[in-house]
Structure formats: structure tokens, C-alpha cells
Write a protein that binds this ligand. Structure first.
Ligand code: CP
Length: 347
């Protein structure tokens, strides 16, 4: 902890060891049946510019279970945001700040969620910002690993995915707080890491994790955990692959997980997938004990309840997210504002 702290959860960088332990223990208590703290009904604004099933509904359900209310504050057909006779993001955020107590945002562009956080005194949760990050998904992933397998520091973990995908980057960043024994990237040989991903992996190495790389999913099936998603994840999220092409995309056979591969290798590897799945996780895997992806969906509710209850009680995060705007952070500019101040919201 540096003494600096932030109201918002925008990146896995905002979370330190104490924050992580706090969220995981709150979530474990809730998952084990403890009554969550109820502090009076609050209003949660959901601002979603991109499609979402799990994050949007998961936060809605988590808020309801805590006794709170949810209101859709997105640019819906009935909203004035972005309309010719309407208003800009600043006035929209200032307005909804008068109605809500916290905002959960999924944005098309990396910088928009940062901008929203600067425009409001309310705490803001990043529910996925373009090709940026998805910190609550990473919390769900770690919680699922811990619930099934115990201390993450004792595990071998593989990641078969585009390493610049938002959930993958947040996952790797969060692993730095509990470095596993071994971390293996499953990638095509020609795939290059971004500067940010390479720096995160260097951090893991310096903290004692053995770093490895394989070029097919079978090479990851001797690990305790495999987190898998399509190798095209960030192209699909950013829209560089259109909807039709994304729907028709067939994963390279080397990166496609099937029950046949798991059974042939007698693998006990726990399979995580943030979902939605593409063809990288064949449905034949679903009935095997390895599959943990719908368990992730279930455990996402106590995690989101833990995050909401902590933030609505005014608890801040360690706040290393200032690092976002250092060189190497994806520089996609928001269409709403091209003038980003170098500091991250920290009220
Ligand atoms: N894992 C995840 O973020 O799913 P959604 O896109 O459905 O929210």
C-alpha cells in the first residue's frame, strides 16, 4: 500500500494484497451462507455500451441480494446521451450522479471508463472497457481457483488466450498478488506480447513463478488450472472482427479444447473460461469434472456482492491504477473526449 488510494475499481492494478484478501474473504463468507451486511438500499447505475450477459446480470443480481436497486443509465433509445438534440457524456454523468450511489460501466473504448470516473464523485466499477481490463472477472477467476484448489501460490496455471484480451490482462495482473508456482502461456509461436503483458509476466518471474510457453492446448493440460478463451478475443471485443465473422470464427484445432483431449491425457486440469465461449471450448467438455466455467458464473455473484458492499461502504482501493496511463497502456482514445489528463480519478 502506497498511501495513495482510489474510489474506483478500474484495473486489477487498483487492488493490492490486502484488498484482494478482503474481497475474497467477504465473498467466501457470502458463498458459505453468511448474511451479507445490509447498509440501507442504494441505487446502482448500470452503464453498458457493449453487450454483456454475465457482468450486467451478475451485478444486477448481486445488488438485489444486498437489498439495493438497479437502474439502467446506458445510452438507451429513451436516453438523451449522444442524441442530436441530446447531451454529452459529462452532463449525462453529472445527471446520473444525482440519482445513483455507484456506477458499473462497460465501455466500447478504453478511456471512457476513466473519463466517467473523473466526471463523478461516485465510485465506478469497470465491467470491461474495450480492449483494456475486466478486473471483476479476474477476481471471479481467482475466487473459483481458491474455492476448488486452495492457495493459488501452490498451483500451476496456464492461459490459452489472446494475452491482450481484457480479462486475460486483468487475470495476469491479479496473479502477481499470489504468484503461482508455474505460469504457462499457450499461444501461437508468432503471437507477440504487448509491453504491458510482458512487464506483468516479468513481475511474476521476479516473484519466483516459473514462466513457460506452449503452442497447443494439450501442452497446458498437465497444469492445475487452464483458463481458456479464443485466441481472437481482443479482435472480437474491439469489433475488429465483425459480428458475422466472430460468430463464424472457428478456433485453430491446436487451441480448441475437447473432451477427447482431456480424457486421452487423463487430465485433472480445472478449466476456467470467462465466457461467452466461442469454438475454443467444445461443449463435449461441459460434463467433465474439469469444467468450472458455470461454477465461475455462480461464484461471480458473491464476488460482485463483496465488491459492491465494500465500495458502497466507502472503502477505497490501493490505487496503483495511475500506472494505466504510463507508456504501454493501450492508447485508444475516447470519441467523447480526446483530452485525457495524466492523472486517474482519485477523489
Ligand atoms: N465474462 C463476461 O464478461 O461475460 P459478459 O460479456 O456476458 O458480461
Amino acid at each position: 500500500m502506497t498511501g495513495f488510494s482510489v474510489k474506483d475499481l478500474l484495473s486489477a492494478d487498483d487492488i493490492d494484497e490486502a484488498d484482494l484478501a478482503d474481497v475474497l474473504s467477504r465473498a467466501a463468507a457470502i458463498a458459505d451462507g453468511a448474511a451479507p451486511d445490509k447498509t440501507g438500499a442504494k441505487m446502482i447505475g448500470l452503464f453498458f455500451e457493449q453487450e454483456s450477459t454475465r457482468t450486467r446480470i451478475g451485478f444486477d443480481v448481486a445488488a438485489s441480494r444486498l437489498g439495493h436497486h438497479v437502474v439502467d443509465v446506458s445510452a438507451s433509445p429513451g436516453s438523451r446521451l449522444g442524441k442530436a438534440q441530446g447531451e454529452d457524456l459529462e452532463d449525462h454523468i453529472r445527471t446520473i450522479s444525482e440519482y445513483c450511489d455507484l456506477i458499473v460501466a462497460r465501455t466500447q473504448h478504453v478511456a471512457t471508463v476513466e473519463e466517467m470516473a473523473r466526471l463523478t464523485h461516485l465510485p465506478v466499477i469497470n465491467g470491461g472497457n474495450g480492449i483494456g481490463e475486466h478486473p471483476t472477472q479476474a477476481l471471479v477467476d481467482l475466487f473459483t481457483m481458491q474455492r476448488r484448489l486452495g492457495d493459488v501460490r501452490q498451483l500451476s496455471v496456464a492461459l490459452s488466450c489472446d494475452p491482450t484480451a481484457r480479462h486475460a490482462l486483468s487475470f495476469m495482473k491479479l496473479l502477481r498478488l499470489c504468484p503461482p508456482k508455474r505460469f504457462t502461456l499457450c499461444l501461437a509461436p508468432e503471437t507477440k506480447l504487448s509491453n504491458v503483458a510482458a512487464a506483468v509476466i516479468d513481475d511474476l518471474r521476479q516473484n519466483g513463478t516459473i514462466i513457460d510457453r506452449v503452442d497447443n492446448v494439450e501442452g497446458a493440460l498437465n497444469h492445475d488450472v487452464l483458463s481458456i478463451q479464443t485466441q481472437n478475443a481482443s479482435s472480437i471485443i474491439s469489433g475488429r472482427i465483425g459480428d458475422t465473422d466472430a460468430a463464424q470464427h472457428v478456433e485453430d484445432e491446436k487451441f480448441t479444447l475437447t473432451a477427447e483431449k482431456i480424457l486421452r491425457l487423463q487430465s485433472k486440469t480445472m478449466i476456467l473460461n470467462p465466457l461467452p465461449r466461442h469454438s475454443e471450448t467444445d461443449k463435449s467438455c461441459d460434463s467433465l469434472p474439469n469444467a468450472a466455467y458455470f461454477e465461475q458464473v455462480r461464484l461471480s455473484v458473491p464476488i460482485r456482492m463483496a465488491v459492491l458492499s465494500r465500495m458502497l461502504a466507502g472503502r477505497r482501493w490501493a490505487g496503483r491504477s495511475r500506472l494505466h496511463l504510463q507508456p504501454g497502456w493501450p492508447a485508444t482514445s475516447s470519441p467523447i473526449s480526446s483530452s485525457l489528463s495524466p492523472s486517474v480519478s482519485s477523489s
